[in-house]
Design a protein around this ligand. Structure first.
Ligand code: BES
Ligand code: MN
Ligand code: ZN
Length: 494
């Protein structure tokens, strides 16, 4: 897919040749309102744009799209009026602009050029929304369709700040697309070996250092969790390590992401219904690879080292069993009571390895538990970890439009992970607090003194419903934008 070209444009938009002009509408206290930025279009309609939209029954609610022909009032033949939702007292929010720009971008598919007046509200949000909304994945379609809009002019000043904001937004949207592409690639083509190859090619091209541990190297170094989980598949597991060191690096950050390229559940096999969705069980890994490429591009003044375990969870004669005891990297032993709780096993190996580098912060993300979806739904990630850092990550996630909520690690659940045989069992043996129990399991492997955040994205990583805002069916790229913003925040504030 070729992403739309974006540019900052200040000229008179009524005389600028284009296929469409995008304006925003709002649900005000007294009904429909035009969003700031629509003035020039409204003037071309002799101040009657609101009345025209009212006649067309526009309400301004989020995701609404109303098309108005201009009959020569503007150089562009069409106005796309996109709903921003409720009109907040303290101004239109970034996520409102991002979503509305995404709706517009989807409606503009196949067009050559559009003008987006929402950029006057927030340049970066309009840019991100446009690029994310225009995203399509047609790799496996014979008919590739009409393709996304070729060019979108963001109606905003060409100031130094706006230029920098646009550049960063484009890089971030590109990273989200990298993550989405990985997630949308089916498991017969994306398995540990091919995932490691593709990740390594991307990272090397971005100028990053890459090391790939194959099954032999994993065995030699004692990665019992990754080997145990990955043993059932003919496609053997990998651990990919990607490092970046910015000039004047002040802090060291470790990133870890779950890379289960397909999760059948293993011997504790999952029911057939919905199992196909487990093609997305490597969304955490995809987000981390994409974030590393982004780090190289945005040159954060940080040292960042990613440890990305990749395995396929399959039942077979070589598969690990319920009842097995695994010796994890670093020596802790785990009794496997359910082979479908595999994510935490590959993650703990990677977390112990990541902590050997002595990071100040550890951010780990995974499609870890169905319990996350039960607790918080399909669109809000659960964040656990060190109290302060957990709250910081959750707040930043929500602020960038990736809804996230802090969750506790209740001490009383920890004893339920005690094992008859080993140091730890991989499940509690009951359903209560499943997301939190997984967090408690991971905590056992995080080194003392590391500020740690675990982001469970089981719900938000993969969208199965109809497209909305800038989110299409399939991989969403969550939490790339959260992690990028957390890295920027650490770079700025320590
Ligand atoms: N990959 C799943 C979690 C998941 C569920 C992700 C739904 C996305 C959507 C994970 O490996 C899993 O199977 N977890 C089990 C853990 C249980 C056995 C303790 C679960 O949540 O049921
Ligand atoms: Mn599982
Ligand atoms: Zn899984």
């Amino acid at each position: 897919m070729t992403a739309p070209k974006l540019a900052l444009t200040e000229g008179d938009l009524s005389t600028t040749a284009a296929d469409a002009v995008v304006v925003g509408t709002l649900q005000g206290a007294d009904g429909l309102e035009l969003a700031p930025g629509a003035d020039a279009v409204n003037a071309a309609f002799d101040g009657a744009l609101l009345e025209v939209l009212g006649t067309l029954r526009a309400s301004g609610k989020a995701d609404e799209l109303v098309k108005v022909p201009t009959f020569g009032k503007l150089a562009a033949p069409l106005v796309l009026a996109v709903g921003l939702g409720k009109s907040p007292e303290n101004g239109v929010g970034e996520e409102q602009v991002r979503r509305a720009s995404g709706v517009a971008a989807r409606a503009l598919a196949g067009k050559k050029r559009a003008l987006n007046t929402l950029a006057s509200l927030h340049v970066a949000a309009a840019a991100e929304g446009t690029l994310l909304g225009a995203y399509t994945f047609t790799e496996y379609k014979s008919d590739k369709g009409e393709g996304p809009v070729a060019k979108v002019d963001l109606i905003a000043a060409g100031s130094k700040e706006n230029k920098a904001a646009l550049k960063a937004a484009v890089a971030i949207a590109e990273a989200v697309a990298i993550a989405r592409d990985f997630i949308n690639t089916p498991p017969n083509d994306l398995y540990p070996g091919s995932f490691a190859d593709r990740a390594s090619k991307l990272a090397t091209a971005a100028g990053l250092d890459v090391e790939v541990l194959d099954e032999k190297a994993l065995k030699k170094q004692g990665f019992g969790g990754i080997l145990g989980v990955g043993g059932g598949s003919t496609r053997q597991p990998r651990l990919v390590r990607i490092s970046y060191k910015g000039a004047k690096a002040t802090k060291k950050v470790a990133l870890v992401g779950k890379g289960i390229t397909f999760d059948t559940g293993g011997i504790s096999i999952k029911p057939a219904a919905g199992m196909d969705e487990m093609t997305s069980d490597m969304s955490g890994a995809a987000a981390i690879v994409a974030t590393m490429v982004l780090a190289a591009k945005l040159k954060y003044p940080l040292e960042i080292i990613a440890s990305i375990p990749m395995a396929e969870n399959m039942p077979s004669g070589d598969a690990y069993r319920p009842g097995d005891v695994l010796t994890m990297y670093g020596g802790k032993t785990v009794e496997v009571l359910n082979t479908d709780a595999e994510g935490r096993l590959i993650l703990s190996d990677a977390i112990v390895r990541a902590c050997e580098d002595g990071p100040d912060y550890l951010i780990e993300t995974a499609t870890l538990t169905g319990a996350q979806v039960v607790a918080l739904g399909k669109r809000t990630a659960g964040v656990m970890g060190s109290d302060e850092f957990r709250d910081r990550v959750a707040a930043i996630g929500t602020a960038v439009g990736e809804s996230a909520w802090p969750m506790p690690l209740p001490e009383e659940l920890r004893a339920d992970l005690d094992s008859r045989l080993a140091d730890l069992a991989n499940v509690t043996g009951h359903r209560w607090g499943g997301m939190l129990a997984a967090g408690l399991f991971l905590r056992e492997f995080v080194a003392e003194g590391v500020q740690w955040a675990h982001i469970d994205i089981a719900g938000p990583a993969y969208h199965t419903g109809g497209a909305y805002g800038y989110t299409a069916k399939g991989g969403t790229g969550v939490p790339v934008r959260t992690i990028a913003a957390v890295l920027a925040d650490i770079a700025a504030n320590g």
